[in-house]
Design a protein around this ligand. Structure first.
Ligand SMILES: Nc1ncnc2c1ncn2[C@@H]1O[C@H](COP(=O)(O)OP(=O)(O)OP(=O)(O)O)[C@@H](O)[C@H]1O
Ligand SMILES: [Mg+2]
Length: 449
């Protein structure tokens, strides 16, 4: 990092990895990720076999039977594994298998990280696996992100991993997951951070589909506050999405993965999310898709806008059959106004979201502080200042013709950044009247013709 801004990951040690962007229990194909290579094969089968018998999940006879099916099947399909047969024979449920895998991994990892007792696996992302651990010297719980061996092969990536990790450790904000340490044990590099006892925003959206407006605003406000702190110190997150927003106990929100170097370029990471319902392509900014290297705070604000859209409408701003289709839509398509999707959403919140999702960085908020200012106004029942509205005349016409049930009668659409007289209620009223008058004149003219 030269200017305090994490540099763009240039090297791509392993392209096209399969990120586990679903909950860990959703992993269906254990061979989809090269990380899995150490979790398959005869050695792994033996450990899994021993563990499931020890746990009383299957009897030794059942295990023997499964093992002979594996041996038989391998004659035709050499890649057959014990876990796949256990699932096929319904001796274990996918959830039970995932738990056992987590335990086995935690056991093997604990032997590799001195000073920490690994307690359990918390989850896995595209790049690494995260464990809950006890830091023995300070007797505190921490989360440890352990990188797979394959990433150690790239010297430049590892160099960046340390440099950015050390820089991130200097950030100190109540809404940022604190970075404690970066280190290496054996062939594994790891990143020790504050443990957040709670869930990710991804989990919450998945469970509840939609989050009530005031609560969504409060969550976004805390993320914006984290971004303000980071941006003012030259950090750009680059990957704002529900999976990187942790919801702790008592409403505390913490932004994770700040200052964490990534092995892929933003676009490659997004492409690698193929087919995953809550993946990066849904939140990536147009400038990241275009491969811009020197990103500004606006890139993070776009990701936050996409996240906010998802929270408040239950839908991502752009869907598509493939990641490239989604990304194409981020570049070209106008987003369906969030209050057209969720008609209970206030115009103020809709304006904020639309301004965050502007295609051109210069049309978005200039800073997270401006966003916070607008959120506070909307929370206080006022109109946003920066995302001032202007009248959408097509909505006026629609309102005059009765509107539709799913679409509120009059929509105020965002204006270009900055304070606008169009945000003033009196001006809005006059504009509505003007629209009405024009409409009536048009009708009269048409009648006469
Ligand atoms: N500091 C933390 N405290 C508690 N749990 C955490 C923490 N950091 C990560 N996790 C858990 O570990 C999971 C994996 O995190 P990770 O950052 O590796 O991947 P991700 O953010 O889910 O996806 P991606 O790799 O695509 O960014 C998270 O989804 C979360 O459940
Ligand atoms: Mg993460």
């Amino acid at each position: 990092m030269n200017d305090g801004t994490p540099s763009r990951p240039q090297d791509t040690p392993q392209k096209g990895h399969g990120g586990d962007n679903g909950a860990s229990s959703e992993r269906s194909d254990p061979t989809e990720d090269s990380r899995e290579s150490s979790r398959t094969g005869p050695g792994f089968d033996t450990v899994i076999g021993r563990t499931i018998v020890d746990r009383g999940l299957v009897t030794s006879d059942e295990l023997d039977e499964a093992m002979s099916i594996v041996a038989e099947r391998r004659k035709l399909e050499p890649a057959t594994t014990l876990p796949s047969i256990l699932l096929e024979e319904e001796l274990l449920t996918p959830k039970q298998l995932e738990r056992v895998r987590g335990e086995v991994e935690a056991d093997s990892t604990s032997q590799r990280i001195p000073g920490y007792k690994i307690l359990q696996k918390l989850g896995a992302g595209a790049m690494a696996t995260v464990f809950l651990a006890r830091q023995l010297s300070l007797d505190r719980l921490v989360a440890i992100k352990v990188l797979p061996k394959r990433l150690s092969a790239s010297e430049s990536f590892i160099e960046r991993f340390y440099k950015e990790g050390r820089a991130a450790a200097k950030l100190n904000d109540p809404n940022i997951v604190a970075a404690y340490d970066v280190n290496q044990a054996g062939e594994h590099h790891y990143f020790v951070m504050e443990y957040v006892d709670g869930e990710t925003l991804y989990d919450r959206i998945k469970r509840e589909r939609q989050i009530d407006e005031p609560e969504a605003l409060k969550i976004v406000r805390q993320v914006a506050s984290a971004l303000k702190h980071a941006h003012e110190r030259g950090f750009i997150h680059r990957d704002i999405k529900p999976k990187n927003i942790m919801l702790g106990k008592a409403g505390k929100v913490k932004l994770a993965d700040l200052g964490l170097a990534r092995a892929l370029t933003d676009k490659e990471a997004a492409e690698a999310e193929a087919g995953r319902a809550y993946g990066t392509p849904f939140y990536i900014s147009p400038e990241q898709i275009r491969g811009k290297v020197e990103l500004g705070p606006e890139a993070d604000l776009y990701g936050l806008g996409a996240t906010m859209y998802h929270m408040t409408t239950g839908r991502v701003p752009f869907e598509g059959r493939t990641p490239s289709q989604v990304m194409h839509r981020h570049l070209r398509d106008e987003v369906v106004p969030p209050d057209h999707v969720n008609s209970r959403l206030s115009p103020g919140t809709a304006q904020i979201i639309e301004m965050l999702l502007e295609k051109r960085p210069s049309d978005r908020y200039g800073s997270a502080s401006d966003l916070i200012e607008d959120i506070d106004l909307v929370l206080a029942g006022k109109s946003p200042l920066h995302a001032g509205g202007r009248v959408d005349l097509s909505s006026v016409a629609e309102a005059l013709s009765g509107g539709t049930e799913s679409q509120p009668a009059i929509k105020l659409r965002k204006a270009p950044r900055g304070n606008s007289m169009f945000g003033e209620p009196v001006v809005l009223m006059l504009m509505c009247l003007l629209g009405l008058a024009l409409f009536v004149i048009l009708l009269l003219v048409l009648n006469q013709a």
